[in-house]
Design a binder for this molecule. Structure first.
Ligand SMILES: [Zn+2]
Length: 85
């Protein structure tokens, strides 16, 4: 579950916050198109630097998922009650 969430979060340049990031051909290095900051650790480095934002996003998505689960459960319970009558 968590992995899926992490992939849906847009990675940003931690210096300027832009999302225009250019991957080198072998994807080992990422360069920000706006401020020119280099991330020699590539994707992994950027994920690490973006971790607080990813955590927030995951938390938000999990809350939404819980809310949805509650609604579904309620529907199910209502259905059960009706059948039992
Ligand atoms: Zn930048």
């Amino acid at each position: 579950m968590r992995d899926k969430y992490e992939k849906s979060v847009t990675l940003r340049c931690v210096t300027c916050g832009d999302t225009e990031l250019k991957y080198s051909e072998d994807k080992s290095t990422i360069v920000c198109q706006r401020c020119g900051r280099e991330y020699p650790g590539g994707y992994d480095e950027l994920v690490t630097l973006n971790q607080p934002e990813i955590d927030r996003e995951v938390e938000k998505l999990e809350k939404e998922a819980l809310k949805y689960a509650d609604v579904e459960l309620e529907k199910f319970m209502k259905e059960m009650n009706r059948k039992n009558r």
